[in-house]
Design a protein around this ligand. Structure first.
Ligand SMILES: Cc1cc2nc3c(=O)[nH]c(=O)nc-3n(C[C@H](O)[C@H](O)[C@H](O)COP(=O)(O)OP(=O)(O)OC[C@H]3O[C@@H](n4cnc5c(N)ncnc54)[C@H](O)[C@@H]3O)c2cc1C
Length: 388
């Protein structure tokens, strides 16, 4: 039983919870993060760390605003985290390659050109010869597929998420954040419109504000407060290879799949979207599928270079917008979850916006499009129809 009352309790220590914790601790708040497992070992650890370019011109769309702000903040956060903790999260301006093999894929990427133009994001379109010249790994593919095209987006970035989480955890500790592991929050004690405590077994944690940041598992905890958002776990699987040197430096996207190189020769191959509930295990079929695809794309990869594979549960939302805001009717309850495939990327803006929102300050971008109420009606419908 803890007697201390914190300014903020975060329920869940993934990239979202830890980033909000750090942002608030930097402002002088006393913060506690409570996680059911170990800090930073959920979806955030499992992810690829791809940070696609954000708009350089003023964006009108709320998601584009969130992406642009996050993209800008990642560069700043990475520099500051390295300075403060000595941990290099390997934030790099790696660039991204988007392959198009079929007419449909070429049409989609031609559509992306409009979007990139509209947002001031630079790109180049390469034909087969240019692909082979610029990315030698793709030489065979370019020779075998005469209609292959690739779009190169130089402003795409990456970070190494396990290192980023290490840096966040270390920085949180340095700023006095209390980190409590292996302690699942089961429920909340509330009176009228006020949450009084978060409860884990016989432990009780008190704070002025409570923010739920437990990713895909929010859908298990929110009903405790009478709230339903329709957040659901979407499993992604990943295979890790190790070469002596990275054979390319950019992220290579092929439809929904990608190869992500790390500087020390590790290469990630991902991923997939599977609605299988809270099952975080890999399947032989999907892992073999990912390996076969990776061998075809990058002939340097062989079975002997496979190090390991894993799966993670992304917090999906019905409209792909995250939930950021107040858990009405509770005036001191907040939610930051549902970031789906973009939580690592959008974590920096989420942290800033949630800190501003919880402090009652004007937010850098309008949070109305991300409000929790938009999910309630649909969440209830999905639950009632048993389709979650
Ligand atoms: C294979 C894969 C690839 C991805 N690639 C990318 C990418 O390239 N770029 C990108 O931006 N995003 C990517 N994502 C998405 C990204 O990882 C997620 O959107 C993000 O990690 C969500 O962060 P989170 O903090 O909300 O959730 P999590 O990281 O899952 O953290 C939630 C935490 O809450 C804890 N918890 C659960 N229940 C409780 C409870 N009752 N009490 C206390 N704690 C609890 C869990 O233990 C966990 O630590 C990828 C995801 C996967 C799975």
């Amino acid at each position: 039983m803890s007697n201390q009352k914190y300014d903020l309790l975060l329920c869940g220590g993934g990239v979202i919870g830890l980033s909000i914790a750090l942002q608030c601790a930097r402002k002088g708040w006393s913060v506690i993060v409570v996680d059911s497992g170990d800090m930073g070992k959920g979806a955030s650890w499992a992810g690829a760390g791809i940070l696609p370019a954000g708009a350089t011109l003023t964006a009108l769309d709320p998601i584009e605003q969130l992406r642009a702000l996050s993209h800008q903040l990642h560069a700043e956060w990475s520099t500051i985290l390295k300075h403060e903790t000595g941990i290099d999260n390997e934030y790099r301006n790696s660039g991204g390659i988007y392959l198009a093999r079929t007419n449909a894929e070429r049409a989609t990427l031609a559509g992306n050109q409009l979007w990139w133009n509209e947002h001031g994001i630079q790109f180049e379109c390469w034909d087969g010869q240019e692909i082979a010249r610029n990315i030698s790994t793709l030489k065979d593919l370019a020779t075998d597929s005469p209609n292959l095209r690739a779009w190169h987006v130089p402003a795409d970035c990456t970070l190494r998420n396990p290192r980023h989480l290490q840096a966040l955890t270390q920085a949180c500790l340095q700023f006095g954040v209390t980190l409590v592991e292996k302690t699942p929050i089961d429920r909340f004690h509330s009176e009228r419109d006020c949450i009084l405590a978060a409860i884990s077994g016989n432990q009780r944690f008190s704070a002025d504000r409570y923010c739920i940041t437990n990713g895909a598992w929010a859908s298990q905890l929110l009903p405790e407060l009478g709230i339903d958002t329709g957040i659901l776990p979407v499993r992604g699987q990943m295979v890790l290879f190790k070469l002596d040197h990275p054979p390319f430096s950019q992220v290579i996207h092929d439809g929904h799949r990608y190869l992500v190189p790390r500087e020390d020769g590790h290469i990630l191959a991902g991923s997939c979207e599977e609605e299988v509930g809270f099952d975080p295990t890999t399947t032989d079929t999907m892992i073999q599928d990912l390996k076969d695809w990776a061998y075809r794309l990058c002939p340097m990869l062989t079975p002997s270079q496979v190090l390991r594979s894993w799966a993670g549960l992304r917090p999906g939302s019905f409209d792909t917008y995250p939930y950021l805001g107040t858990l009405h009717p509770f005036q001191n309850g907040f939610l930051a979850s549902g970031h789906f495939r973009h939580g690592l990327h959008w974590s920096t803006a989420t942290a800033l916006l949630m800190q501003q929102w919880m402090a009652g300050e004007p937010t850098e971008i309008d949070l109305k499009p991300f409000c929790i109420q938009r999910g309630q009606t649909l969440g209830n419908q999905l639950t009632n129809h048993g389709t979650t």
